[in-house]
Design a protein around this ligand. Sequence first.
Ligand SMILES: C[S@@+](CC[C@H](N)C(=O)[O-])C[C@H]1O[C@@H](n2cnc3c(N)ncnc32)[C@H](O)[C@@H]1O
Length: 224
Amino acid sequence: MPEEMTESMRRAMSLAGDRAKLEAFYDQWAASYDEDVAEHDYGMPEALVSTLLAAVRDLTAVDPGLVRLHGPDTDVLDAGCGTGQVGRALVAAGYRIIDGIDLSEAMIEVAATTGLYRRLEAGIDLTKAPPPHLEAKADVVTVGGVFTVGHIPPESLVQIAMLARPGGLIALSTRRSYQEEVGFELVSERLVDDGIVELVRREQDLPYTMDSTGDYWVYRRPNR
Ligand SMILES: C[S@@+](CC[C@H](N)C(=O)[O-])C[C@H]1O[C@@H](n2cnc3c(N)ncnc32)[C@H](O)[C@@H]1O
């Protein structure tokens, strides 16, 4: 892995998707996470939200009724919100109603100190079907930095899509190395063919961290 990556990032990517290890790892990283990522040009949150806004612009140009997808009344769920990095970019883009979920209690505690989120909940595993109180509630779901090596498999998009209401959007990032290792594109194509999600927009090789680019994907949960 590149020299520039911090020891924490390197360890995070070696956790093989093990829930207990991921939870324990992020619990101990929470206090210094923001400082660490700030030193590594963490461009992911802004790239994710700008891709989301471009998708919303395209959709609303065709159907002005979709205006609900961007604005102060839009219900956003930041899935794998961590300490709130994506929440900050969402607020800067004009979103106001943002809930956050994550595995790690300590990451959620840091997110709570930002004042960006309406509700926060720890202990939610994105590889599992969502609990009923979260299912099909969000207009927009963001998933930044979670589809990465050692975290969740591409197939978790099925469970994550269940968080969006029919017609709602799911915006996610994939780190370059992850995409190549797990064949994200093929799984994405299969889920689109199966009618689980529609692909609205994909941006390739935008900034992610100083040592990696990422792709940014916006999906729509079909209206049915
Ligand atoms: C690299 S951090 C990204 C956090 C935040 N979105 C950001 O951009 O800074 C990955 C986050 O995903 C969470 N996570 C990892 N596996 C998860 C899972 N299976 N379900 C829910 N959250 C998970 C971790 O606890 C951590 O907060």
